[in-house]
Design a protein around this ligand. Structure first.
Ligand SMILES: O=c1[nH]c(=O)c2nc[nH]c2[nH]1
Ligand SMILES: [Zn+2]
Length: 470
């Protein structure tokens, strides 16, 4: 990365522990090439690049950041973890991903409603078996960890025991997970339906068990207006009052047939967003997935409410849902972040989503917003952190943030390795990372300063597979 520009040139003392602190605390000095995008909005030139950066991490929090030589001089005795030879990025944030669909990635060739019927829903029924659900939860978390995703807003399962399985496994792995019971009372497979009363009761129990426990939070999650009656949406509104700080997530304006169907089912609603808004479900803790076909009025309501949209470009492309009008969202003041939407999406990589977001904007021609590498990194990290209300904790690698990070270290001789040895500058290096990077290039993932590892696989009966126990 010889061409990467330097960022801050000297260590700056900030509140918090200093170099002469006594024992009993955990201080590590990381030496790395660091790329991040600390601004509040995705912008063309928002990249902060520090080629030889020193980051002091004290009990999981970044307390100093600066040129390595300066930081080393201030911290002569701390252990140095030398990460040179790779690139350090903030941990990725996935704002829309379905846990029960990890095993059905790759169902190509169908539009949304066919894909749900043929691919997603049959598999989601299998999670009625808690043993099966634990296996799926481990596969799912493994997918996130391998892709470098440290924070995710997860669409859960229709079965409360399966949501318990997800939270239980997520707590063990240590990722930042917001998730909930998915509820529906019509038009899916009957085995996935519940009643508004049962949805409220099960939701309240899950909230009591998991919301605010460590890095876990609860999201009220009606699947989409198509499969939720007014009474079900009202029960979701009631559940929002079960505890402070609950999140809301659902789908919105993904597919033109779906939208027509929703309009017929809710003749009194102004539009698709109005089906949720009428129940008070659209606010600054709401994340709506897709919104490929919004009206100007809907964008205005989303912006006014401070709600965020999870843009899932691989899913939109795979299902042929349409080309996401990013410029319209940003011009209206709507917050946008990225989601992989596994399993309609094509995998867990936020690098791939960034590249696909770029492609989609290019395909929009004059209506598209040409995305720079800085845009892509922001959308994959800081935008997501802000959308999930975690912007004061994660999303960049500045002083005061928790050390959620990924190290990219491509295999020697791979095209990305070659590319990163010959970048023009940091922006060029980042472009190459989004163009060529895959989960195979991510070799270490940290959350709050701790290395996280993928869970071992479970066999069908819930025991650890022999390979993993040896
Ligand atoms: O992409 C999608 N995946 C889903 O599972 C889903 N459910 C409702 N709407 C959906 N869209
Ligand atoms: Zn989805």
């Amino acid at each position: 990365m010889g061409g990467v520009r330097h960022g801050a040139s000297s260590a700056t003392r900030r509140p918090g522990p200093g170099p002469d602190d006594g024992g009993g605390t955990n201080v590590t000095l990381y030496r790395a090439t660091v790329l991040d995008t600390p601004g509040d909005l995705p912008t063309a030139d928002g990249l902060r690049a520090s080629e030889d950066c020193g980051l002091v991490v004290h009990d999981g929090i970044i307390t100093f950041r600066g040129d390595f030589a300066g930081v080393r001089a201030a911290f002569p005795d701390e252990e140095v973890v030398d990460l040179r030879g790779g690139v350090l990025l903030p941990g990725f944030v996935d704002t829309h991903v379905h846990y029960p669909q990890v095993r059905v990635v790759g169902g190509l060739g169908m539009p949304l409603l066919d894909w749900l019927r043929e691919c997603a829903l049959p598999e989601e029924l299998s999670l009625a078996d808690p043993v099966y659900a634990h296996g799926v939860a481990r596969d799912f978390l493994s997918g996130l960890v391998h892709a470098g995703t440290t924070t995710a807003l997860v669409f859960g399962s229709h079965f409360a025991d399966a949501v318990d399985a997800l939270f239980t496994e997520a707590e063990t792995v240590g990722l930042r997970i917001t998730a909930g019971l998915v509820v529906s009372d019509r038009l899916l497979a009957p085995g996935l339906h519940t009643t508004p009363a049962a949805a409220l009761r099960d939701g309240e129990e899950l909230v009591a068990r998991w919301h605010g426990r460590g890095r876990l939070r609860y999201a009220v999650s009606p699947r989409f207006a198509l499969s939720a009656s007014e009474a079900m949406l009202e029960s979701c509104a009631a559940l929002m009052d079960a505890a402070p700080g609950l999140w809301f997530t659902s789908h919105l304006n993904e597919n033109v047939d779906e939208i027509e169907h929703v309009n017929r089912l809710f003749p009194g609603a102004a539009d698709y967003l109005g089906t949720y808004d009428a129940h008070g479900l659209v606010n600054a803790r709401s994340v709506l997935a897709h919104n490929v076909h919004p009206s100007a009025a809907e964008l205005g309501v989303l912006a006014g409410a401070g709600a965020a949209v999870a843009h899932c470009p691989s899913s939109n492309s795979a299902l042929g849902s349409g080309l996401f009008p990013l410029r319209d969202h940003l011009d209206a003041g709507v917050r946008v972040a990225l989601g992989t939407d596994v399993g309609a999406g094509t995998g867990f990589s936020l690098l791939k989503e960034g590249l696909q977001a770029y492609f989609v904007q290019q395909l929009l021609g004059p209506d598209g917003l040409t995305l720079t590498p800085a845009h892509l990194l922001h959308l994959a990290t800081r935008s997501g952190a802000l959308a999930l209300g975690l912007g004061d904790r994660v999303g960049d690698l500045g002083v005061g943030r928790e050390f959620d990070a990924v190290r990219l270290h491509p295999r020697p001789g791979s095209t990305l390795d070659v590319a990163l040895r010959h970048p023009k500058d940091a922006t060029d290096a980042l472009a190459k990372i989004f163009t060529l990077g895959t989960p195979a290039d991510i070799d270490v993932v940290w959350v709050a300063g701790q290395v996280v590892t993928a869970p071992a696989q479970l066999s069908r009966d819930g025991s650890l597979s022999p390979m993993e126990t040896t």
